[in-house]
Design a protein around this ligand. Structure first.
Ligand code: EPZ
Length: 421
């Protein structure tokens, strides 16, 4: 397993390009199962999760070619197994988002139940309730869920809670249902909006994406399209925190500023200067960071995927901050590792009290999940001495060659391949 070694202390200065969004690319790759003709996606991030999704699409019978520009030809799926096997679903939970497309286009889907993951139980009950409302017959056996429907029919469905994946799965299924579907209490994330843009380019008739009600008028078939994946607001937010805590001055080229208001306003509250320009977002870190209170919420609230990174900023602020996680039940696993680096963080249920500033000193730490590993890299950038982040396969799920991209900004950071775990 690789590890990343950082010698902290330098200011970050310069320009870094924001790559395509993992959480936009994954559902759009699933949407390519809905069409009768090939789809081409550009600006696809080179991430292990995207590679896993490509593997799943191939197992389902698709031809998948290319890396940065990916072409998916779904015409072999009809003869395929229509199954998402446990081995793939357990490595990447987003695999369950093939369920809606397979059911809608082929009338059947057999998906391994994802099981829990590091940050929480993450059930799929809302996905299943929504598909059942559209007429799916559902059976569970041996850890798999089997769905069947001759033709889905439009329905009105209200989600019990806001779920990004659930919204995407049911919205995709409804595009080929007979009649109109009205989904309420849906997720409003930019990646849900971008998926609706893609589906409408394919010939779907979707209105309201980005609001809490989405209406879908079913059509008989969809055709493949060419689409550029939107830049990653969470990667951009992560780099913004890196600039902020190192008193740096960094231009985040192509940062999707319109999708980052909650993060930008929290950075500004901490005293960070965020300058929106024609090429992206320029972030300038202050001499002294102010403490902040963060509560994660569904979009447009503060994103849970930025919680661990913003906690590192809070550890560097002069005073007491609080971070409350309301989306996932176990998303504080970065806290013990940050404390080993010298942070003062007390967790009480879903709230963490942080006292700063922190005089971080480098040591060996262990990545536990994707965004936790990003927070450990951030802390390493400001720690005295050497920080070794192990099990960086977690990091590689959501950040493409982060060490190569931070180095030109002045970070003293390198990857050691095949290190001991
Ligand atoms: C998406 O996961 C993202 N992943 C996550 O990003 C992100 O943290 C999450 O949305 C919330 O914004 C992708 O887009 C691939 P949810 P998803 O369904 O869709 C509960 C990252 O770091 N829930 O919105 O799986 C669930 O347990 C990843 O990039 C149910 O109870 O998240 C959670 O507590 C991590 N029943 C909450 O809802 C359901 O049927 C939100 O989950 C579905 C969800």
């Amino acid at each position: 397993m690789d590890k990343i070694v950082i010698n902290g202390g330098g200011r970050l200065e310069g320009e870094i390009r924001v790559f395509g969004a993992k959480n936009a690319a994954l559902p759009i790759l699933c949407a390519s199962l809905l069409t009768d003709t090939p789809t081409t996606l550009r600006h696809v991030p080179q991430l292990s999760d995207v590679k896993t999704m490509g593997k799943l699409l191939r197992e389902l019978g698709c031809q998948v070619e290319g890396e940065r520009a990916v072409t998916i030809d779904p015409r072999g799926v009809a003869q395929g197994s229509l199954m998402a096997p446990y081995e793939l679903v357990k490595t990447m939970r987003a695999s369950v988002t093939v369920m809606g497309p397979l059911l809608a286009r082929y009338g059947k889907a057999e998906i391994s139940l994802p099981g829990g993951c590091a940050i929480g139980a993450r059930p799929i009950d809302q996905h299943l309730r929504g598909l059942e409302a559209l007429g799916a017959e559902i059976e569970m056996h041996h850890g798999y869920v089997e769905l069947r429907a001759k033709r889905l029919r439009g329905a009105r469905f209200v989600f019990d809670l806001v779920t990004v994946g659930g919204t995407q799965n049911v919205m995709m299924a409804a595009t080929l249902a007979r009649g109109t579907t009205r989904l309420e209490n849906v997720a409003r994330e930019p990646e849900v909006q971008d998926l609706a843009v893609v589906l409408n380019k394919m010939g779907a008739r979707i209105r309201g994406a980005g609001t809490s009600v989405i209406e879908i008028e079913g059509v008989d078939n969809l055709t493949g399209i060419d689409h550029a994946i939107l830049p990653d607001r969470i990667e951009a937010g992560t780099f913004a925190v890196a600039a902020a805590i190192t008193k740096g001055d960094v231009l985040l080229r192509d940062a999707p500023v319109d999708h980052m208001h909650a993060v930008i306003s929290k950075l500004e509250e901490a005293g960070v200067r965020c300058l929106v320009g024609p090429h992206g977002l320029r972030v300038i870190g202050p001499e002294v960071l102010q403490p902040i209170d963060v509560v994660t919420r569904p979009h447009p609230g503060f994103p849970t995927d930025m919680q661990a990174q913003m906690m590192v900023l809070a550890t560097m602020a002069d005073g007491q901050s609080m971070v409350t996680e309301t989306i996932f039940e176990n998303r504080f696993m970065h806290v013990p590792e940050l404390c080993r680096l010298g942070a003062n963080i007390q967790v009480n249920g879903n709230a963490a009290v942080i006292r700063g500033p922190t005089d971080y000193s480098g040591t060996t730490v262990m990545a536990t999940d994707l965004r936790a590993s990003a927070s450990l890299v951030l802390a390493g950038l400001v720690a005295k001495g050497t920080t070794e982040v192990r099990r960086v396969y977690h990091l590689d799920r959501g950040y493409e060659t982060i060490e190569k991209r931070l180095r030109p900004l002045g970070a003293n950071i390198e990857r050691i391949h095949g290190a001991s775990s």
